[in-house]
Design a protein. Structure first.
Lengths: 288, 81
């Protein structure tokens, strides 16, 4: 499958410029958009077919509940993005995308890394355009791993999220519904002192809360990995013959390290829960 | 595998409809028809999604299906897992 039938990259760029202004899109451009979307949708479907078996197999082997879906970006969001960021439509990387979420909360950062590697192997290193790790470089608090891969000569974005990362992102996107999608791109918050609407308090308070929550989920996920590291470290350490004293020392070291990590985990977890529940408790009945 | 066309109003934060299709082309036609009917207002979000079933969509795109309060509740439950 080549590029959208009969439409070059420069034609697509020009199409993007024509549809960007607010108002009605010309019927001829709607017809072109239909062809472009059809192509992206086919690419998305093809990539979904390649990736889903990999995700299913990984989920079974690691005992994780992973879900894959795909979506085609809606026209208004594309127009808004071109207007706001002067994006070249032909270079937009998220017109079509897959989302993979570890829905049961058991997926760790290590699992996330390993799953991403398996996906890259399955689709082919040559198809990988970009590997964006927003866990180490969050955008406005958003954390996830995005793989941009090429399929049928167009980019397809594959988002891989843990349950916590996804829960955060869904909440933040809900805020974007009320305040404008620009908050997703880290742009300055407008009307910061107005009521948030989607949650109690002002918009600024809500943003501060969301940024704190993002940091808390990051720390929590890192400590969970630290616990996993300790488990691995001590289980591997039994290869060498040890004296009784060495064994006692090692057991003590293990006990202390694990206790420290668990205590840190509990502290972070309790703080996060307290924050979440105090916010939850102050919602009105309808809950925005 | 099914295609779904979701219509969501950002202003009210409410899902208006979920329509299911076996054929991707029909789903795309439906999406563009809804976009035309809503006069391309940026209040209405119409997306085509591909999933095994609607339950999967509810898990990966919960924003369309849940209120902010329900999303908070869900985040708390995930944190408790």
């Amino acid at each position: 499958m080549a590029r959208p039938e009969g439409i070059s990259k420069s034609q697509m760029q020009r199409l993007g410029k024509r549809i960007a202004p607010e108002g009605t899109v010309a019927p001829a451009d709607l017809a072109l958009l239909r062809i472009v979307f059809d192509h992206y949708q086919s690419a998305m479907q093809e990539m979904h077919g390649k990736v889903e078996p990999v995700v299913d197999q990984f989920g079974r082997s690691q005992n994780l509940n992973l879900v894959v879906t795909s979506r085609l970006k809606n026209t208004e969001t594309i127009r808004e993005k071109i207007r706001r960021m002067s994006t070249n439509f032909a270079r937009m990387e998220d017109v079509a995308g897959l989302r993979i979420v570890g829905t049961d909360g058991l997926m760790t950062l290590y699992d996330q890394d390993e799953l991403c590697q398996r996906i890259v192997r399955a689709v082919g290193q040559d198809a990988l355009i970009n590997y964006v790790d927003r866990r180490t470089d969050p955008r406005a608090g958003y954390r996830a791993v995005h793989l941009i891969v090429e399929c049928a000569d167009v980019p397809v974005e594959i988002q891989v999220r843990t349950a916590l990362q996804d829960a955060w992102a869904q909440l933040y996107e809900k805020c974007g519904d009320s305040w404008g999608r620009e908050i997703r791109y880290g742009e300055a918050l407008r009307h910061a002192d107005e009521p948030a609407g989607v949650m109690p308090g002002t918009r600024q308070q809500a943003i501060d809360f969301m940024l704190r929550l993002s940091k808390q989920t990051e720390q929590l996920e890192l400590v969970a990995c630290r616990l996993q590291d300790l488990e691995l470290h001590f289980s591997n350490a039994t290869d060498q013959p040890l004296s009784d004293n060495d064994i006692l020392d090692r057991d003590e070291e293990r006990r202390q390290s694990v206790a420290e990590a668990k205590s840190m985990y509990r502290e972070l977890h309790d703080q996060m829960m307290q924050d979440l529940l105090s916010r939850l408790g102050s919602f009105d009945e309808e809950g925005a | 595998m099914k295609f779904f066309v979701l219509t969501y109003r950002r202003a009210t934060k409410k899902l208006v409809s979920v329509e299911e299709f076996d054929d991707g082309g029909e789903a795309l036609d439906r999406r563009m028809a809804i976009e035309r009917d809503t006069s391309h207002t940026d209040d209405t979000e119409v997306v085509v999604l591909l999933a095994r079933d609607e339950n999967h969509l509810r898990q990966t795109h919960s924003r369309y299906f849940r209120t902010a309060r329900q999303l908070f509740q869900a985040a708390s439950e995930v944190a408790l897992a």
